[in-house]
Design a protein around this ligand. Sequence first.
Ligand code: ADP
Length: 675
Amino acid sequence: MPRKQLVLLTLLIVLPALALALVSLASLRTQAEDAEREREKLAEKLARGVSEQFERLFSEVESACRAAAKGLQAAEGPANSLASPLVEAVWIMAKEGTLHLPRSPWKSSQGVQVDPKLQNALEEAEALEIRGEFPRAVVRYETLMASASQREAEAVLLNALARCRRKMGQLSDALALYGRLLMQHPATVSANGMPLAAVAALETISIESELQRPECAFQVGRDFLQKLLGGVIPASREQAAYFCAEMSALWKTEVSGGGGAREECERTLAILRNALAAEDAAEALQKLGGIDDTSHSHWTVRTLASGKMVGIGAPDSAGLRVLACLRTDALKTQCRTDIEQLLRYAGHFDYEIRDAQQAVWIAAKDGPLQPPVVRLSSARPADWGIAVSVPESPAIRSGARLRTLAAGGMILLLLLTLGASLYFLNATVRRTAELSALKTDFVSAVSHEMRTPLATIRMITEMFQLGRVTDPQMSEEYMETVNSEAERLTRLINKVLDFSRMDAGRKPDSFAVVGLGGIVRDAVKKFEMGLAEHREIRVEVEPDLPEVRVDEDAMVQALLNLLENAVKYSAAPAPIEVSLRSVGREVLLVVADEGIGIDPSQLGKIFERFYRCEDELTRKTTGTGIGLSIVKHIVEAHRGRIEVRSTPAEGSVFTIHLPLPSENGLYPTSHSQTA
Ligand code: ADP
């Protein structure tokens, strides 16, 4: 390959690879940066997950509200039953701004104005009660009752007496006293802002439950709630909420059974709760500044001062708006459960959800989230915010370490590959240059080798033409010289032809099983005759040498090449020995000389094409560097191998190993390389 193209190729490979390595090196982040990025990525993914869960929950709320609202529309009034686990009550608001609310039954309760003297005596009796001196307190209360002229004062004293009796464990006495209070006195009487009828009813329910008489407890409860709903008992809205909570807590934990009275009780309680929720809704409405605003396309959720949440839906096709009281606690619990579900798959993370006013609605932990924090704003309910952060963890750190190591390893590998390709490219360039130089040497060597015998032949023929050779002995000598020079020329041409055949990939192909002894002797004799200078070539053939399968011409050519070298690289009268013997399942053809020998460092190269040893002695002799490569090619085509042993200044021994057919008559399929 021309040098220019190689340089271009190098640049084409090296430059992009180098650029890639530099870019990778520049983008190699530190472990800490990588861990931080990983946390951010994870937080972003989780924030999206939390946001989805949250929005799903609110679509559930929305559909629960709509379903309940539909029911309400059909019934034309507030719902009697609870709408869903997430929605407490639902009202429909008409287009023109009217809210269908039941008449508000709550009243602010007035304290009883008792006689100041009696008030003092009452406080003394209460002091005894507080100290636990119940019998003395009872005596005091009874004395005061006997002298009481006011009906309200009698009611207060009845309540105090009943309370004392209950504390003393006299339950039936307490029940009788509360019964008198409920039957004989108007429900409007209050003490310290608390309606006494409510106190008596709740206490009666508690005692009846204790005595395992649920029917009685629920009958009292039903009467009490109906009075509360009818506005007969002057309770405030907060008190009504408190009574509702007390009542439901009571029958949930302590009482079982109760029959029809219980059902009525529950129904009345639901209506009461709805009435309370309606007021919450009305409060929310006031906060929103009326219902004429049609800009809400989704549900608006407001947290009221009471801690309750109210949802206001968009107007429907009939122009109605939906107003709902949400079960805040149930909603929060559900939301936490949903997020925890996510948490189970995602490992640990911290989160918080803020309402439209930026107040924290729920959070995984108190205090601010650790950065990096990913914030998203929710579409439903609008303007709410979701923030997620992933705390540092050994798993994330080790993941980052692993990634950094892998990236570093890749870059190192890239650089190593780059180095290796550069090395091989450089080696190829050098080898190509060397080969090209060797080829040039070869051409000049061949021309030189041809020119020398041709010049000799031309000179002798000219001498004959000019009639300068008259002596018959001289004439014979000249003719011998012409003959040997022609012989030399033929050998050279044969060698070059062999090489070009080998170069074209052709192999010896006329194999026959023959005895090598005769062939070798003939070839050596012919070779000797062709030599310009006489050399002693001893031939030794082992008797009964087994026959081998060879291409005769090719094998003779290989032998001649070896002989030629032996003559070239040794000086007369040093003998040359050719021997043939069998060892194991091989026949060995050995050519040994006592010439200049070969340096051990060159031994591995002499079979390469165009290679000539780089020493002084070799350079003095003419040669082409193709002889041994042809020998190797021929020997390998015979599935044999060639070995050389040599000592500088002592001589060289070249041994051709030719395989004998195996027992079954087959030749081995593989051969070992030149040693
Ligand atoms: P050349 O035409 O140079 O002889 P060869 O391929 O026949 O080419 O031999 C390669 C090289 O091996 C020679 O140049 C020579 O240096 C070395 N060589 C080959 N045979 C001998 C030998 N018998 N003694 C010493 N050196 C040898």
